[in-house]
Design a protein. Structure first.
Ligand code: PRX
Length: 637
């Protein structure tokens, strides 16, 4: 029987067991799934070597079978997905496990008919419609690898991701209803695919009915294709270590990297963490507001909940449309029991006051979740008091695209919470706080860089097509440890609090962005010589983007110049990467070896130049005064 922790003592005991006997512990969790062939060995690894980690070695299975077929007898008529559309007056769609199974089988047949085989990559560029979940599960069913690209990315960003993964099929929609907008989606795919020789097929789900172009022989309507195939499909057997998906995420250098997750370990870990952290009970309605374009949607809208036989609500719209009560209206309408969202959404809704909350009956909610960035105490208290009626636990889940599942999180109602603390590690997660010299810092009331010193089942296996990069990024800073890139405090009670990234990654509204990526886009402007991007504290977004830009010729009209830069960023990456502030400067603070001192730029962007440290080693110290002088925020000196 898979573990279900019920008390804090049980958590302590489980945690201890997971450290003393990881193989026994995880084997027990894995037993509850359907394996076509049982594994020979639970875990094989030497050192964290890039990593080389095999979980459930030589085990054969199919994750879609475990999400769907496995439940048909006992939960066939239970809602698997409840889909709530963008417009409140459009009817919600419920897909039971049986119905979802049939739709996944149909689409699996369509993909196979289009020549997609085990191991092939399929790119999904879609809004939050049920077809997105169906397409993921259909890929998994035939052993194809899905690469979901968030539908807010530009055609350039999409093309880069399609080419990197060498996807042969793209699945998309005509348009996307988001708030008051009807956004073109297929048109973005058309532009992208024009630069992707690897793509031979595009499948289009009809959602908004906007006019689109269909390329003969390449583009096919989803509804037409599914009408030609059967809704029966025998899931393809894959190896436990076969790739399940690629998901691109930003790092501190260069272009986004394709984080690779495999099948068996991912399955066991997402199921385990979902059930235990949220304390999911059989008839609960669970709603995670994330987009499936990010890891949260993969692991905790689709796989974790469906593996657990849960009812997972999927929402097409935005929190503030038609008004700031939309989330709470949906909670009341579907009697949501577990509600999981991001601090940025909480802060945005806080700003509208409680009148939008008070209109709705939120008494069904028994647990709340938070993800994506550190939740500040004010937002935590507001969430707890107004949404959780002062009594619902808040599960602050700390994790990453690379970890695929929660690393640190309280168990709802079991772990005593502390506002703004992710609290304690999940069973199986062996944390280490490291100093800059490479020593582990023991004891409580300490702070340093957060690492993990033992593999857990859903650790990333590689970065697609570039294993060296995986090794260098995550496993070289601290030998034989996975480095998260986050700073962390372990307080006097042994509770963990994430203090934010310690590398050049910024987190804007829970969206992860590499400063280098934004800089590369800015540098595309013909008048830009060089740029440097930093994050700064932002009331709603958590972090905003502040760009310092050196121009070839001083722009005659700075406003017009800024608008041009924003346009380029929207084209290169997408609107989410647009800086909040763009300051034109004549130089950047650099060391004699040419390294930009970002610390100084961060301080100015934060509006605090009181403690700049030693600037005398700079190539040109006077540049700091100029930057402070021209800063786009008031700077304390
Ligand atoms: O800095 C941490 C922050 O988000 C980063 C991971 O981003 P991404 O891979 O996009 O995944 C987001 C969804 C899991 C982390 O390195 N982060 C995520 N959750 C938290 C967090 N920081 C503090 N508290 C959290 N609960």
């Amino acid at each position: 029987m898979a573990t279900r922790i019920r008390t804090f003592e049980e958590y302590r005991a489980e945690y201890e067991r997971s450290v003393k006997d990881p193989e026994g512990f995880w084997a027990e969790q894995a037993e509850t799934f359907v394996w076509r062939k049982k594994w020979d060995k639970v875990l094989e690894w030497d050192q964290f070597e890039g990593p080389k980690v095999d979980w459930f070695k030589n085990g054969k299975l199919n994750i879609s079978e475990n999400c769907l077929d496995r439940h048909l007898e006992t939960r066939g008529d239970k809602p698997a997905i409840i889909w709530e559309p963008n417009e409140p007056n459009e009817e919600a769609v419920t897909l039971t496990y049986k119905q979802l199974h049939a739709k996944v089988c149909e689409f699996a047949n369509v993909l196979e008919a289009k020549g997609v085989k085990k191991g092939d990559r399929v790119c999904l560029y879609m809004p939050m419609i049920p077809e997105l979940a169906i397409a993921c599960l259909a890929c998994a069913r035939i052993g194809a690898v899905h690469s979901v690209v968030f539908a807010g990315f530009s055609s350039t960003a999409l093309a880069d991701r399609i080419n990197d993964a060498q996807a042969k099929v793209v699945v998309t929609s005509d348009g996307n209803f988001r708030g008051a907008k009807n956004i073109a989606v297929k048109a973005v795919v058309d532009q992208a695919v024009a630069n992707c020789d690897c793509v031979d097929t595009v499948i289009v789900s009809q959602r908004t009915g906007i006019d689109i172009e269909m390329v003969d022989g390449r583009d096919f309507w989803w509804h037409e294709e599914v009408s030609k195939v059967s809704d029966k499909h025998e899931a393809v057997e894959v190896d436990s270590e076969d790739m399940l998906f690629i998901l691109y995420t930003s790092g501190s250098t260069g272009t986004p990297k394709g984080v690779v997750h495999t099948t068996g370990g991912y399955m066991v870990y997402t199921d385990y963490t979902f059930r235990n952290a949220f304390q999911y009970e059989e008839n609960d309605v669970y709603w995670c507001t994330a987009d499936i374009g990010w890891i949260t949607g993969h692991s905790y809208i689709i796989y974790g909940p469906l593996l657990a036989g849960a009812t997972s609500l999927m929402f097409e719209g935005v929190p503030t449309y038609p008004d700031a009560g939309r989330f709470w209206e949906v909670c009341e309408k579907h009697k949501v029991n577990i509600f999981y969202t991001a601090p940025t959404a909480i802060r945005a809704l806080m700003a509208y006051g409680t009148e939008f909350v008070e209109k709705y009956d939120l008494s069904s909610i028994k647990a709340l979740g938070s993800v994506g960035e550190p939740i500040n105490e004010e937002a935590w208290e507001w969430y707890h008091k107004n949404i959780g009626a002062g009594k619902c636990p808040i599960v602050d889940t700390y994790w990453q695209t690379e970890t695929a599942g929660f690393l640190i999180a309280p168990l709802a109602g079991i772990t005593k919470e502390k506002p703004a603390h992710a609290t304690l590690p999940m069973p199986g997660i062996q944390l280490a706080i490291m100093d800059n010299e490479g020593n582990e810092i023991e004891g409580n009331d300490v702070e340093g860089n957060l690492c993990i010193k033992f593999p857990w089942p859903s650790i990333l296996r590689t970065t697609y097509g570039d294993h060296e990069r995986c090794k260098n990024t995550y496993f070289s800073t601290y030998p034989n440890k996975y480095f998260t890139g986050d700073g962390c405090r372990r307080d006097e009670d042994g509770y963990y609090r994430i203090t934010g990234r310690v590398d050049d990654v910024i987190n804007v509204s829970g969206h992860r962005m590499g400063t280098a990526e934004v800089e590369n886009a800015i540098n595309e402007h013909p008048n830009v010589v060089e740029s440097a991007v930093v994050g700064f504290p932002h009331e709603i977004k958590g972090q905003g983007i502040y760009a310092y830009v050196i121009c070839d010729a001083k722009p005659e009209n700075e406003e017009a110049f800024r608008a041009e830069v924003l346009k380029i960023i929207t084209k290169e990456i997408g609107p989410i990467a647009k800086p909040d502030k763009i300051q034109v400067v004549s130089g950047l603070p650099k060391t004699r070896s040419g390294k930009i001192m970002r610390r100084i730029l961060r301080k100015v962007a934060e509006g605090d130049a009181t403690n700049m440290g030693d600037t005398s080693t700079l190539l040109d110290p006077s540049i700091v005064d100029e930057i402070i002088e021209g800063a786009l925020v008031p700077v304390k000196q």
